[in-house]
Design a protein around this ligand. Sequence first.
Ligand code: URA
Length: 217
Amino acid sequence: MAEDKKKQLDDSNKQMLECSKCVLRGTCKQVVPGEGSAEAEIMFIGEGPGQKEDELGRPFVGAAGKFLDEMLETINLKREDVYIANVVKCRPPNNRDPLPEEAEACWTWLEKQIEIINPKLVVTLGRHSMERFLPNQKISQIHGKAMRRNIPGLGSRVFYALYHPAAALYNGSMRTVLIQDFKKIPKVLEAVKKSESEKKDEVISLNNNQDNQETLF
Ligand code: URA
């Protein structure tokens, strides 16, 4: 089973290397599929590769990645314990924001990764990643809150929105908030597992609002 997941993920990530569905493949050096455990309970999703990631073909390996590693350590996790990916897998030129059509073109790859890994908790890093799963929200209002949402093709899942480590790196107050939110991840994960083992999902879906979205914790 574990081998199966790893193989499926490796196969999908290999196919991704051939993708040219949007213009980004024409300007980036290489595709950055993501890395970590196919068995991860937590999946972190950033916006898109930066310069260093583009050079090395690995996600979050620059300054923001170092900060992410440090925060993972505070909750006794290593990169190998989680899965780290991005909304777009190719670096946008000059680190500009990914365009909606680029995120849309790349969605099949991210969707496949989430489907295979099937994490208990998806942690979004930054506005663009949040917007993919929790649209029409303000990150300043929903950071540090876990939300269950039904995503077509992926079913009902729990998302936890955080500020982007790159944005928080040199902003004292945002940095403090991000570190505090990050430390809550183990508790959120435990709560998700508990709610699933108690099969509270039926109740949750009945209570869903128009957006099919509910704040859990
Ligand atoms: N920022 C992101 O959003 N992703 C990376 O992989 C690196 C920096």
